[in-house]
Design a protein. Sequence first.
Length: 94
Amino acid sequence: MVENARLEDAEEMLQQWLSSNPEDQEARFLLARVLAWQEKHAEALEQYERLLGTEPDNGDYLKGKAMLPEVVRPESPGTPSKTQSHPLGIPSRR
């Protein structure tokens, strides 16, 4: 419970900071992680997408986005659907 309150406080502080410093990528990355830790996956995805818009090859951003539950990420054209994927979530190479 205390941990949840701290994450909520961190989220609020980061949101306030980013409202006046929108280009602060470190703060935005931390916000994405805080949102994911709170299981606010759709909001975390929005932050990762924004980060990747400026640094599409950043491994930390790519890994963070990839760690979000698959149900949050829309399927890309040409991506196997969940019914076509491996039982462990590994996409098939068909």
